[in-house]
Design a protein around this ligand. Structure first.
Ligand code: OOG
Ligand code: MG
Length: 266
């Protein structure tokens, strides 16, 4: 049994464990089973190391995602503070494409409002207005999350180390300027195989999706990072996440923003 708090060496080892689980698609026990004293800061240390390794391997950082920003998601996951994760070019999939699940562990889908920025943002004290002023446009997105932890038993330090379960994302629909929308009141409906499986309103995301992006920028500043212009940012699942399997087809319909479709194959 190792020490209860991970050392720098342990962070590297945990990162290798996460990277292997993500790239070879198998479930692992939550990291806090081995390190019960692991903190949220330790989780971000593992995530930052994972990002460093992916970038060194040629993956491009496209942006970031806020996670666990809605009550539905917090209840589903049994956690009480939001988190952030990074997004790379390798995770992006075109709209209407067939997404394989054999390279995923527990794929689930959720509807999100995505922001594309035109000016850099940095914290601390980044506000909703700062985010709206730096936003080029918003678009609807579906995130395919994939917790690598067995039995969905996890806690915040473990999920953060696993990069917020990031796996795939699909942007689509209709890009819109934020001036033309009320971002708090957009209704969304998710259909699986033609039936409505979940619905919600964008206010679920910390009351306003731009507040979730501001929170993300403020967490980034704690990590010593800023958000460059041209970033793609997902503001967090509006609804609970819905499990998918090969053969499933998903359509997410967003008021004002159009719809995003994707399907799953073996
Ligand atoms: C964590 C992923 C959180 C969101 O939008 O809330 C997330 C998980 O549920 O595995 O992406
Ligand atoms: Mg999400």
């Amino acid at each position: 049994m190792s020490a209860l708090t991970p050392s720098r060496e342990d962070i590297f080892r945990l990162c290798e464990r996460i990277e292997a689980a993500q790239t070879r698609a198998y479930a692992i026990p939550k990291l806090t089973d081995e390190y019960p004293a692991m903190t949220i800061a330790d989780g971000y240390a593992v995530q930052s190391e994972l990002r460093r390794r992916f970038i060194a391997a040629g993956h491009k950082l496209v942006g970031w995602k806020a996670g666990l920003t809605s009550k539905a998601k917090m209840q589903q996951m049994g956690v009480n503070v939001p988190s952030i994760g990074f997004l790379t070019d390798r995770m992006a999939r075109p709209e209407n494409s067939a997404i394989t699940v054999s390279d995923l562990v527990h794929p689930r889908v959720e509807c999100e409002v995505a922001f594309v920025t035109k000016a850099p943002l940095q914290g601390p004290n980044c506000s909703r207005d700062d985010v709206l002023a730096a936003t080029d446009y918003v678009l609807p997105a579906v995130e395919v999350i994939d917790s690598r932890f067995s039995g969905f038993k996890f806690d915040l330090p473990s999920v953060i180390a696993d990069n917020g379960s990031s796996a795939r994302y699909v942007g689509g629909g209709r890009a819109r300027y934020v001036e033309d929308l009320d971002l708090r009141t957009l209704g969304v409906v998710m259909e699986k195989n033609g039936e409505i499986v979940t619905l919600g309103a964008s206010a679920a995301v910390l009351g306003h999706p731009a507040d979730a992006v501001a929170m993300l920028v403020n967490i980034l500043s704690e990590l010593g990072e800023t958000l460059p212009a041209g970033s793609f940012v997902m503001s967090g699942g509006i609804t609970e996440a819905i499990a998918v399997k090969p053969g499933d087809s998903i359509v997410a319909r967003f008021q004002e923003l159009g719809s995003v479709s994707l399907r799953f194959i073996e």
